[in-house]
Design a protein around this ligand. Sequence first.
Ligand code: F6P
Length: 538
Amino acid sequence: MSDLSKLQSWKNLEIKSRQISKISLNQMFKEDKDRFKKYSITIKDLLFDYSKNHIDKNLFQSFVQLLNDVDLNRKIKALFNGEKINSSEDRPVMHFLLRGSYNSKTKNIYNNTVKKCLIKMKSFYEDFKDGKIGVKKIKNIINIGIGGSDLGPKMVCNALEHYSKNQINIFFISNIDPNNMTEVLKKLDPEESIFIISSKSFGTIETLKNGLECIKWFNNKSKSNFSEHFFAVTSNIEKAKSFGIKEKNIFPIWDWVGGRYSFWSAVGLPIMLKIGYNNFLTLLKGAKDIDYHFQNEPFDKNIPVILACIGIIYNNFFKCETQAILPYDEYLKYLPMYLQQADMESNGKSISNDSKKVKYQTGPIIWGDIGTNGQHAFFQLIHQGTKYIPCDFIGFSKSNNEKSDLHEILLSNLIGQTSALMKGKTLKEAQIEVNDKKKKSNYKILLNSKLFEGNKPSTTILFNKLNPYNLGRLIAIYEHKIFVQGCIWNINSFDQWGVELGKELANKIHKIFKSKDFENIDSSSKGQLDFILKTRSS
Ligand code: F6P
C-alpha cells in the first residue's frame, strides 16, 4: 500500500486531475450556472464554498473510490474506537474524547479521565474567579510551554479575546531565547501572577529551563511561596512533583492526546481562565459537532473529506508545494502558525505505515497571514508569480467590533481576492486600462505587467461570527482533514520523530559549548562555535 500510485483509483484520480486542469475555473462557472450550489455546503451558519477549485462530481467519484481503496471508513472507526493507530508510539489517538465525542468503546476512558479533569478545571476556574488563588488578586497568567503546549492556547486566547470574561493578561513564554522571558517578566508583579507549566512529557528542555528561571525570578521578587503560584499540565505527574509543583496544582493529560491536538484538554486552562468555563465548553461543543459530521456525513457532503480531496489534488497531481491559510480576521493572526504545526508535524512524513519510503508527495508546506495585511505583502506572488498556490480564505459575516463599514470592506476584499485569483485579467482588459499610455515608451512592459493569468484556486470558509463554537468547528475541520490525508498517504499522522535529531545535536553542541572539546564536529559547526565563543568573550 505504500505505493499508492499502483492503485487504480489513484491512477484514475491522476487522469481526472490532468483532464480538469485543462478546463479553466472561469469556464467551469460559465458552463454550469449551478456550480456554486453544487460545490458548496451550508450547515448552521457555516458556508463551505469549494466551487472555485479544480473539482467536479466526476473527479470526486474517483476520489471516493480511492477512499474506499484506502479503507477510510474503517480507519475513521479505528480512530473513534480508540484503536492504537499511532503505531510507532503504540498508542491510540483520542483528542476527540476531550470534546465529549465518546462511544460505547471509549465512554469509560472519558469518564475516568476527561470528565474528572474538567471538574478539576471548573473548580480551579471558580476559585480563580472568586480570588481564591494566590495572595493578591491575580491579573497575569503566564503559560510556559512550546509547540502544542503553546501554539494552541496562544491561538485560541487571541482568537477569542472578545469573549474575555476576566480582567486578566495572558502571556506566553515558549522560546528558550531569554529575550522571550525577559520581555514578559519585566511587566509583572509576581504576586499578581500565576504560572502554568504546560508540558505533556515534562521533559522538554525549553519549558523546564524557562520554568526554573521563572521560579528563580519569583523567589527573588516575592516572599510568598512559589508553589502557590505555579501550576502544571502534564502526563508525567511524578516529574512535575519533583520539579516542585504541588500535586493539587497539577492537571493531567494523557499519552493519547498529541501535543498539537491538545488545547481541548487542560492545556487549554489559560483559555478557560480567559473566556470562562461555559465558553470553553462551547468551544468543545463546536468541535464535537464536527466530530459527528465527520463520522456520519457521506463523503460528498463531508467538509473535512472534501477539504482533504482538494489538498490531495493540488499536492499530488498539480504538484503544488504549499497551501496558504488566509484568515480575514485580526483575531486569527496565529491561526496559520497553529495550522502549520497541526499539519506539518502530522503529515510531514516519508515513511509509510508499512515501513517503506513513500514514492509520492505527502504533507504540504502550510503558511499564511491575516487579510488584508497579506494582500499588501505576499499576494503579488500568488497572483502573478510562477508558483501555483491553493488558498484557504476564512471569514466571518459579522465582526465582533463593528465600526462603520470597515468589516464590509474587509469582506469585500476577501471575496474580491478569491474572484481576482480565479478571473485574472485578459489582454483586452489590460489594453483598455492602459489605453491612454499607448504612446509611452514603456507601454509594452506596462501592458504585460498588468496581465493576470487567473485560474488560481481557492476555498472559502465563512461563519456568521468568530465565537467559541465556530472556532471549535473550524479547528476540528482542519484536524480531520489532516487525518484523512494521512490515511490516504498511509503515514502515521500522530508521531513526530523528525524533531528529535535536532534536539539530540543541540544537546551535544551545548556540551561542546561548556567543554570546548571540538572533536567529532564538522568544520562549519566548529567555525560557527569558534566565532560565537570569541565574540561572546570580547
Ligand atoms: O518537539 C516537538 C514536540 O514534541 C511537539 O510535538 C509538542 O507539542 C512540543 O514538542 C512540546 O512537548 P511537551 O508538551 O511534551 O513539552
